[in-house]
Write a protein that binds this ligand. Structure first.
Ligand SMILES: Cc1ncc(COP(=O)(O)O)c(C=O)c1O
Length: 484
């Protein structure tokens, strides 16, 4: 190291690969992030989202790039860059955050994330993940069994629900479609039955597999957004009559927009009667399996062939970290069968070479956080987290019902609540809140109408935050911001 040390040249690599530089920047980072966390949780800023138009922010970041260089020796980024990132980012840890479905990370997991970033074991094959591969196998088997998927079950971790849904459908194609699509391509156009309110990634997966728009057969739902069993039967008959080979039915647990759970019992027996693969998109709501109080909506999930569950939504794990579980663990190998002499020695099922079951080759050491929580707490920490988040949604629903002029879409089954102010321009109302704060919520549109939408992701959110959110919306609705 000594021979190539060039401390007088700021960008020489040898300045950065030292334990000393690492320790110094880490110490500063811990202090700064702890302060950020404390100030966010204490609502010390008067906004969650520091709103400015995207064009303005792009001009800012571009202008910084015009001033490249000029750092002191040993600095990997400019001192005020992190400050700007903190200042401009959406403050998820502020208890007034009730926006999109992403975990408010359990703060200490940032350190595990840092540790695994430093280790950077790529996980594709056992040698590149000698700790994290068996950790993944062990913890995924236990969680799969906890979910009721049975003694042959298992699963893998991957980067996101989108990828998990695609992977599950690839396995479904191998198990159910005529011929060997992985080897020879699809013989016939296949199709998947899915709720009209499914997340767009299911449709995207179908198109990626080459079945086009027709490959996603959108099944009509009841007024509560649950798949209508009658329409399910009709959709299968119609799709088959059109020459499509229907291979799977996908259940929502729950829908992104309104948090509605399909009747998974009904879908499971429909799939069984018609020899279809049954996949549950539980990216958001499968996490409720950990809660005795809130798991009733998942009845039937244990009969699924595959289930996607995001640890980075209700379970406090930083994004991205998704579990894809299979009732028959061997099905995971059906999704991919790749000859790659530089990686594998054979095409056998080898649990320790994880990329035989994942789309990714290199992936992050995702198992460490999941294993850590599971080993330390079993399902209990997740149970208390899920209960708290759903309790926040139920508290909001009660308050909405008690206030005149407000309309609740439905009693929340999860931590998602949709509601609107009668007679108001709810899209403008949401925009006004985004621009002026202090709370952060989102909106959704269905049947051509806009609804306000909160996903209560932050366990620190108090009843008083919920009241002040509704008060603030009423104030904005009255104000000249949205009343020209
Ligand atoms: C029901 C559902 N499925 C899939 C996804 C996509 O998951 P990810 O963002 O992890 O790719 C989402 C995201 O919100 C979702 O709500």
């Amino acid at each position: 190291m000594k021979a190539c040390s060039k401390p007088d040249i700021p960008h020489h690599w040898s300045n950065f690969y030292t334990a000393k530089a690492f320790r110094k920047s880490g110490g500063e980072m811990v202090e700064r992030l702890a302060e950020y966390l404390a100030e966010s949780q204490a609502r010390r800023k008067d906004f969650v989202l520091p709103y400015t138009p995207p064009e303005e922010r792009l001009v800012y970041w571009k202008s910084r790039l015009k001033e490249k260089g000029g750092v002191e020796a040993g600095a990997l980024w400019k001192a005020n860059m992190l400050e700007e990132v903190l200042a401009q980012s959406n403050r998820l840890h502020d208890p007034r955050y009730a926006g999109h479905q992403v975990a408010i990370p359990l703060p200490q997991l940032a350190w595990l994330q840092a540790a695994t970033a430093l280790l950077n074991n790529g996980m594709a094959i056992d040698e590149m993940g000698p700790a994290s591969s068996p950790m993944e196998e062990a913890v995924m088997q236990e969680i799969a069994q906890f979910m009721g998927l049975g003694s042959a079950s298992g699963g893998i971790l991957c980067h996101g629900g989108t990828l998990a849904n695609l992977t599950a459908l690839l396995a479904a194609r191998q198990r159910k479609a005529t011929g060997n699509a992985w080897k020879d391509g699809s013989e016939r156009k296949c199709a998947v039955l899915v709720s009209e309110h499914a997340h767009y990634c299911v449709d995207r997966a179908v198109r990626v597999m080459g079945w086009g728009e027709a490959g996603t057969v959108k099944v009509r739902t009841l007024s509560n957004h649950q798949i209508d069993p009658e329409s399910l039967r009709e959709s299968l008959t119609e799709a088959t009559a059109q020459g499509l080979e229907v291979i799977a039915v996908v259940g929502n647990a729950c829908t992104t927009s309104t948090g509605t759970f399909d009747d998974l019992e009904v879908l499971a027996s429909f799939a069984q009667q018609n020899d279809l693969w049954f996949h549950v998109d539980g990216a958001h709501g499968a996490a409720q399996v950990f809660s005795e109080r809130n798991n009733a909506s998942l009845k039937g999930m244990e009969k699924a062939d595959s289930v996607a569950m995001d640890f980075h939504k209700m379970l406090g794990v930083p994004a991205l970290c998704t579990g894809l579980f299979y009732r028959n663990g061997s099905d995971a190998y059906a999704a991919f069968s790749q000859e790659a002499a530089y990686l594998y020695e054979n095409e056998q099922e080898e649990w320790w070479n994880l990329s035989k079951r994942t789309f990714e080759c290199t992936k992050r050491m995702l198992s460490v956080a999941v294993f850590g929580i599971w080993e330390a707490h079993g399902h209990k920490l997740w149970e208390s987290l899920v209960n708290r988040l759903i309790d926040r949604a139920q508290t909001a629903a009660r308050s909405i019902e008690q206030r005149p002029h407000w309309e609740l879409f439905a009693q929340p089954q999860s931590n998602i609540v949709c509601f609107r102010l009668k007679g108001a321009d709810n899209a403008a109302l949401r925009h006004a809140m985004m621009e002026h704060g202090p709370h952060y919520i989102v909106k959704t549109v269905f049947d051509g109408e806009t609804w306000l939408r909160c996903t209560f992701q932050n366990p620190i959110t108090e009843d008083s935050d919920i009241e002040s959110l509704l008060d603030r919306l009423e104030e904005l609705a009255e104000s000249e911001i949205i009343q020209p």
